[in-house]
Design a protein around this ligand. Structure first.
Ligand code: OOB
Length: 525
């Protein structure tokens, strides 16, 4: 049964623009955004967003039009996106790392009316890419804006011409990209009211208040830094958002010191680079930090345990999925809970099921696929009006594809994807178990285990290792033997790499590693 989330009080009758107006009224002169040497107050954020809205409207962008926005982390992103919210146009959050292949897919799925990019970022020429993409679609008359030129146009826009009409709180506010790595991108419609509920609850779970200073280090277009609590959660309580261009420690550490950052968010791979840097880099005062959120991929317990001693602050594990469900550990959970699981759902309205292959609920404490439904879980992807029975159950639960269980304390414990599990001739091997063990070897810095197809066993395991010195195969096997591990869990293959490939979001690129593993085996035989 789909609950009436509005009647239950989860959804309020306000658009994201209404929210900005409220924040402006409450926190007018407080600092909302810091981007390099630019500091923007709540009042200025509102005024600039209104100017963008007028500029878009004057250029023929209307309610319901989609607009692809692909910008590096910057304050103008926030202003532009709110400008689009004001007129009811729908931004598509394109990651800066996306290239023609992804963008073509997004354009096919959403037919945007406009495309906004930076000129260049990290040595990449976005205008040249945009030119190529738009040339292919010259018949569609897609407007193209370079961010700094648009900023100048917006300054001259006449806001008095703006019509007072706007979107409805239940309309789609923006489109997120699904983390699912298929060829056709899935666009996730998030509504004004579901997302507002989401970031307000996230702000509560992260103990944000008007003294909070949130540092954006992940790409701002991603759900995690955008709203969990991220940019929007911080603005909703009158805090300050500081914007880093990259998650590199030599940018992040000085910003934490200068702006007295209290909270930031990272994926495990980024956290690891920060932890490594802290082993020799002690010249920055990171004492303002209260909370480091880590999510997006499995955080190994052994790494989680390093956070408090290294940063002298609390870790918050976040499990999230752009389609909906978010879980958080609480800052007042025990260290044991914080370092071993992903906490509790954001909302009392969240419904979670853990099911077996027949989609029957498993016994308490057992692992199975995580299914979810709730006040901020989508009911379908953008542009797919028909019911998607491969993605949703008949009663509206979203199939996450994640393998999880609920611990006796009622916390979610995610342990890979259901498809990550290696079935080696009937015997099951969880890659994270082996990875965790391999990391205990003093020379192993990173360890990723993936399944590879095998004629005899169905699947075998392949380990990629990044080591601090030369390590032999025999040494790894001896080490595993000393740990008394079941023989069938030993990796069947090992390859040493200087760098483990990452996805656009900085997650371990398991898909790429699986491909490399297969190629490697083919070369060996
Ligand atoms: C976040 O969202 P997406 O949509 O990019 O990716 C979702 C997938 C999940 O299905 C799960 O497989 C994985 O990423 N994941 C985790 C995790 N958090 C996400 N796996 C293990 N442990 C975790 N803590 O990645 C995302 C969205 C909002 C907040 C945080 C992350």
């Amino acid at each position: 049964m789909v609950k009436d989330y509005e009647a239950a009080g989860y959804w309020e009758k306000k658009t994201l623009w209404d929210r900005l107006e409220e924040w402006k009224n409450s926190y007018a002169d407080r600092c909302a955004l810091v981007d390099e040497d630019i500091r923007i107050s709540y009042q200025q954020l509102y005024d600039h967003a209104l100017q963008y809205a007028a500029a878009f409207a004057a250029d023929g962008i209307h309610e319901g039009d989609t607009v692809a926005v692909q910008l590096p982390n910057c304050a103008a992103f926030v202003e532009m996106v709110f400008g689009l919210f004001r007129i009811g146009a729908v931004p598509i959050f394109v990651l800066p790392a996306h290239r023609e292949k992804e963008i073509t897919g997004i354009f096919n799925a959403a037919s945007p009316k406009a495309y906004i990019t930076a000129r260049t970022f990290l040595g990449f020429d976005y205008t040249a890419m945009a030119e190529r993409i738009l040339k292919e679609r010259s018949d569609q008359q897609i407007r193209y804006y370079v961010a700094d030129e648009l900023q100048n146009t917006a300054k001259l826009a006449d806001v008095t011409t703006l019509s007072s009409d706007g979107p409805c709180y239940r309309d789609t506010a923006f489109l997120l990209l699904s983390g699912g790595t298929t060829n056709t991108p899935k666009l996730i419609p998030r509504t004004h009211c579901d997302y507002a509920y989401n970031f307000r609850m996230a702000a509560e779970k992260s103990w944000l208040d008007s003294d909070s200073v949130y540092l954006v280090t992940l790409p701002i277009e991603h759900n995690f830094p955008w709203g969990m609590p991220g940019v929007l959660g911080t603005l909703s309580v009158g805090g300050k958002v500081v914007i880093a261009k990259t998650s590199s420690f030599d940018e992040v550490f000085p910003l934490i010191e200068e702006e007295k950052v209290t909270i930031t968010a990272a994926v495990p791979a980024v956290l690891q680079t920060w932890l490594e840097a802290l082993e020799w880099e002690d010249s920055y005062d990171l004492g303002s930090l209260r909370l480091i959120q880590v999510g997006g991929a499995k955080l190994l317990d052994s790494i989680a345990r390093k956070v408090r001693p290294a940063f002298n602050c609390t870790l918050q594990q976040v499990f999230g999925i752009a389609e909906g469900l978010i879980t958080f550990t609480s800052p007042d959970d025990t260290e044991d809970i914080i370092t071993t699981c992903q906490g509790k759902p954001l909302s009392e309205g969240d419904e979670i099921r853990i099911v077996d292959e027949q989609e029957q609920d498993v016994e308490d404490g057992e692992f199975g696929q995580l299914l979810m439904k709730g006040p901020y879980t989508i009911r379908g992807y953008y542009g797919c009006p028909e019911f998607q029975s491969d993605i949703f159950t008949e009663d509206g639960f979203f199939r996450t594809g994640d393998k999880a269980c609920i611990t006796k304390e009622g916390n979610l414990l995610v342990d890979g994807r259901i498809t990550d599990q290696i079935n080696r001739g009937g015997e099951k091997v969880m890659p994270t178990e082996i990875e965790e063990l391999l990391l205990e070897h003093e020379a192993v810095q990173e360890a990723i285990v993936v399944p590879v197809p095998d004629e005899q066993f169905g699947q075998k395991s392949f380990a990629f290792l990044k080591c601090s010195r030369e390590v032999s195969f025999a040494e790894v096997y001896e080490f595993l033997k000393s740990r008394r591990l079941a023989r069938y869990k030993y990796p069947d293959y090992i390859r040493f790499l200087d760098r483990i490939p990452l996805t656009n979001m900085g997650k371990t690129n398991r898909a790429e590693l699986k491909k490399m593993a297969v190629e490697d085996i083919n070369e060996r035989t």
